[in-house]
Design a protein around this ligand. Structure first.
Ligand code: AHG
Ligand code: MN
Ligand code: MN
Ligand code: MN
Length: 336
């Protein structure tokens, strides 16, 4: 008989978080579990809207721009509203930073966490059907804090969880709570994120670089030389291949799964780089380190050690496998 394989013991995100939280902190109050459940609801809802986007003409500019000067796409605004409402309804988020909100949001009511988010990352590509995503990071409020900007102007090393959901052919959630990286795929018939990439580690060997070469004339000399050298045959006789999607979530997702190097260097046009520290650099740096990779600034410092002065501060960022980042550190004369 053509018996077909039925997976009868799937691990949902909720089950996974419950099991890891009990392992990690005996006093786990389940609050982080509840928060991650509210987050996953937001991801499902946004995924649903992205799918419908083409149908109900959600594609296209909303006509406004946000505090970092980005032209807001309709989905940026909808994604932002969905996220704010889901965090408010969770009952355990006190502080929220969003790319699309000029100022910090402090909710009334209880809540022991501060969440930073990029509701729709890669939105400039959305009309072209390129994968976009939601990036998030979570801090526990400082002891005794009632919820203020001090809860988020902190190094990324103090984040308790971070990750992204990429809305591609299916929705992929990559999550770390500080014990490695685990990947989940949304089974929309079940409405559950299912564990599909347990304990993901970055592949150290692929020769791929991912950078916007259109910025070459604005790069410093050493950066120009670094990428020029990658185009020459390496020890294995082959030059690097270039892969750049222009949506950070998609470029980082490929880097986690295939290895290589992603960079958005600071340049003469954007002195502090383009990517925002709190809700783009920190979550991706946390994920890469937990997957066995590295994430450093243009000066070769650890990204997670940065302390933003303002909630939309930016930084240059170089992330990827340890081998690739050590190659960059050597090129700028920093010991690996
Ligand atoms: P967002 O859509 O959230 O504003 O982020 C866009 C970012 C990031 O997704 C991507 O890596 C970068 O912009 C691409 O910038 P360039 O088009 O300058 O390469
Ligand atoms: Mn934007
Ligand atoms: Mn972004
Ligand atoms: Mn965005």
């Amino acid at each position: 008989s053509d018996e077909f394989e039925v997976e009868t013991d799937i691990i949902t995100l909720t089950r996974f978080i419950l099991s890891t939280q009990q392992k990690v902190a005996a006093d786990a109050t389940g609050e982080l579990t509840l928060l991650l459940n509210s987050l996953q609801f937001a991801f499902k809802f946004i995924a649903n809207n992205i799918r419908k986007a083409e149908l109900v003409n959600l594609i296209g500019l909303a006509g406004a721009s946000n505090s970092t000067g980005d032209a807001q796409k309709k989905l940026d605004v909808i994604g932002d509203e969905i996220f704010i409402n889901a965090m408010k309804a969770s009952g355990n988020v006190k502080v929220l930073v969003s790319e699309e909100q000029e100022d910090l949001i402090v909710f009334d009511g209880p809540g022991n966490y501060a969440v930073v988010c990029d509701p729709i990352d890669g939105s400039s590509n959305i009309d072209a059907g390129v994968s976009v995503g939601t990036i998030f990071g979570i801090y526990k409020l400082l002891p005794g804090s009632k919820g203020s900007i001090k809860d988020v102007l902190r190094p990324g090393t103090e984040m308790v969880a971070a990750g992204y959901t990429m809305y591609g052919a299916s929705a992929h959630l990559m999550l770390t709570t500080g014990q490695g990286v685990n990947g989940f795929t949304l089974d929309s018939s079940l409405g559950e994120f299912i564990l599909t990439h347990p304990n993901l580690k970055i592949d150290g060997d692929k020769q791929i670089y991912s950078v916007n070469e259109g910025n070459t004339t604005y790069w410093s000399e050493p950066v120009q030389k670094f990428f020029a050298d990658l185009k020459k045959p390496q020890e294995n006789g082959k030059p690097y291949s270039a892969r750049y999607i222009g949506s950070m979530v998609a470029d980082v997702h490929r880097t986690l799964l295939y290895g290589g190097l992603f960079a958005y260097p600071a340049d003469s046009k954007s002195k502090n780089g383009k990517l925002r520290i709190l809700y783009e650099c920190f979550p991706m740096a946390f994920l890469l380190e937990q997957a066995g990779g590295k994430a450093v600034t243009d000066a070769g410092e650890r990204v997670l050690d940065l302390i933003p002065k303002a909630i939309h501060d930016r930084s240059g960022i170089w992330l990827g496998s340890e081998k690739e980042i050590n190659k960059f550190l050597k090129a700028i004369g920093k010991d690996a």
